[in-house]
Design a protein around this ligand. Sequence first.
Ligand SMILES: [Zn+2]
Length: 133
Amino acid sequence: MDKYIYYCKNCDSVYSGAKDTIQKCPECKVIIVPTMVELEEWRSKTPEEKEELKEHFKTLSVSNSSEHRNKIGNILNAIGYIDATLCLISALIIAIETNIVFAFVWFICGVLGAIFIIAFGEVINLLQDIKNK
Ligand SMILES: [Zn+2]
């Protein structure tokens, strides 16, 4: 598999990794920047050229695909928990105002809905993970 160069802004070092993956600096444990420079190409450069390239790498930004991934999953998770909470509150109101059996059925339906929303968020995260590999 082709290896690409990744750059750590924190410690000003380069590391190699597979293309289109999320790489972390082994030293600083931060997400490092994919540079689109192949490892072979990097190795053929002179020290001066490497320094020049590093200057260029400093202007690059970390791919936000991991943040994006978490964003979708988090939104769906939040909706799921809000749904479950609203469902519990409304079930309590129904139990007080009308009857407990209806409230119970209402609650089960609402919780199942919430579980589906949360599970859906997890599936999206999983698909994104597979895509990132
Ligand atoms: Zn580092």
